[in-house]
Design a protein around this ligand. Structure first.
Ligand SMILES: Nc1ncnc2c1ncn2[C@@H]1O[C@H](COP(=O)(O)OP(=O)(O)OP(=O)(O)O)[C@@H](O)[C@H]1O
Ligand SMILES: [Mg+2]
Length: 424
């Protein structure tokens, strides 16, 4: 085994140490590139990394722009060509891209591929240029020195590895951008479609009212005309017509309300949902004095929401609780809040009434979906759809748990709420 002179050994050790550091730097760059989501982020990672990996005095990030090279970014001891574009055939980044391989130039003034005039105003004396992506290059990364220097092969390999990772990062940024654009387009389409549907259901509901009034009115005339003359059967039929017309009227009103809440502006203010719930319960009691329902409402339930819209939410949830406890021996309704789980207070309305199959819980919020037969509990099935719409318009969530025969609990959040004190 031959031994190297002391000076050369020293040089080899230093080279190895430098290469080690360069490798470690490449690993960080690869990690950073995997997190980059935009081209400028990639450029920022690459221009620093290229310079540090090569121990260079400057680095450039070049993008292919048709048949030109765009010097998009740089990091150097003094300005190079940032922002400029050169023909592919007239610069070394173009050469590296067209030939899909690195260019290593120890002395730029001795290499015919280098347009010396472009370099004279700069510090550059030597360089390495590696293409970004070896198959059909989309750019190049340059490293420059202020002295003549033949970059070792290992260093060029590291720069090429950086360029290869850069290519992957650029491809994923493009995929990412395309996906985002597609999502945005799709969202826009859906929103437009939604608006159209809402306008449609609004105008249909509205237009249905006039003929319905006519049916109602003429049925009434007819009822008066046949008074005393017609048999009880005819009366019965007429009553059925009027009942159905009234039911349809109720449906139309609900639909109109649903459409209105989808469009109405949300005006947030400090609201006490507990006070609101007490008012609603008082009204329910007044309208149904025969019933004895125990109501437990938290002392205070502060929320930041639209007062008018949340009155509708409580009205619907509480009248459901009231309605679905009608056949329960010791009916009980509870309104309160749970400590915030993910930042937003969770409010709830609980009852010990008929309940429902919890596997069907998602369905409840779809218009006209009902889990109870009309003979058992009347209703049109629009209440909870309206409630959900209002909660969503506030950026909140709504969900329910229940057990058949043992009651239901409806939970909702309204973003920006703070927890209220709970009273037993
Ligand atoms: N507190 C509750 N307990 C048991 N079931 C409930 C409760 N609240 C709602 N539901 C079920 O969810 C369905 C949908 O409720 P929603 O309020 O939308 O309609 P509804 O009460 O039937 O009619 P309306 O449109 O008049 O409110 C109800 O038909 C019922 O089956
Ligand atoms: Mg209801």
């Amino acid at each position: 085994m031959s031994t190297l002179p002391a000076a050369e050994t020293q040089a080899t050790v230093e080279d190895l140490q430098r290469l080690n550091r360069a490798q470690a730097r490449l690993v960080t760059a690869v990690q950073d590139l995997s997190l980059a989501r935009t081209l400028p982020e990639i450029q920022a990672v690459v221009r620093h990394a290229a310079r540090e990996i090569a121990g260079a005095d400057g680095a450039t990030f070049v993008l292919r722009d048709g048949d030109r090279c765009h010097y998009a970014d740089e990091d150097a001891i003094s300005p190079l060509w940032k922002g400029q574009r050169f023909p592919m055939s007239a610069c070394i980044s173009g050469w590296a891209m067209l030939n899909a391989r690195p260019a290593v130039i120890p002395d730029i003034y001795a290499d015919p591929r280098i347009p010396a005039d472009a370099y004279r105003p700069t510090f550059v004396k030597s360089l390495v240029m590696v293409p970004i992506r070896l198959k059909a290059p989309i750019g190049a990364i340059g490293a420059y020195w202020a002295r003549q220097r033949a970059a070792p092969a290992a260093e060029v390999e590291l720069l090429q590895a950086l360029a290869n990772t850069t290519a992957v990062a650029m491809e994923s940024v493009q995929v990412y951008a395309e996906l985002e654009q597609r999502i945005a387009q799709r969202t826009q389409q859906l929103e437009a479609l939604n608006r159209e549907l809402e306008a449609f259901s609004y105008s249909v509901s509205h237009d249905l009212r006039a003929p319905l009034r006519a049916i109602n009115g003429f049925a009434e005339f007819l009822a008066r005309e046949v008074e005393g003359t017609a048999g009880t059967k005819a009366r019965g039929h007429l009553d059925r017509i009027r009942e159905s017309a009234q039911q349809m009227g109720g449906l139309i009103d609900d639909l109109l309300q649903l459409a209105r809440f989808a469009r109405q502006e949300v005006r947030r203010q400090e609201v006490d949902l507990a006070a609101m719930a007490r008012d609603t319960i008082a009204r329910l009691r007044a309208g149904d004095p025969g019933r004895n329902v125990e109501c437990v409402i938290a002392e205070k339930l502060p929320a930041k929401c639209d007062a008018g819209l949340f009155a509708v939410v409580l009205e619907n949830l509480l009248s459901n609780a009231w309605k679905y406890t009608a056949k329960t021996g010791r009916a009980r309704i509870e309104v309160g809040a749970e400590p915030p789980a993910d930042g937003a207070t969770v409010f709830f309305v609980r009852d010990n009434g008929a309940g429902f199959d919890p596997r069907q819980a998602e369905k409840l919020f779809t218009p006209f979906q009902r889990l109870h037969a009309p003979e058992e509990f009347p209703g049109t099935g629009v209440g909870l759809a309206t409630v959900q719409r209002i909660v969503h318009r506030h950026g909140g969530r709504i969900w329910a748990t229940a057990e058949i025969g043992r009651g239901a609990t409806f939970y909702f959040t309204c973003a920006g709420a703070t927890a209220g004190r709970r009273e037993a």
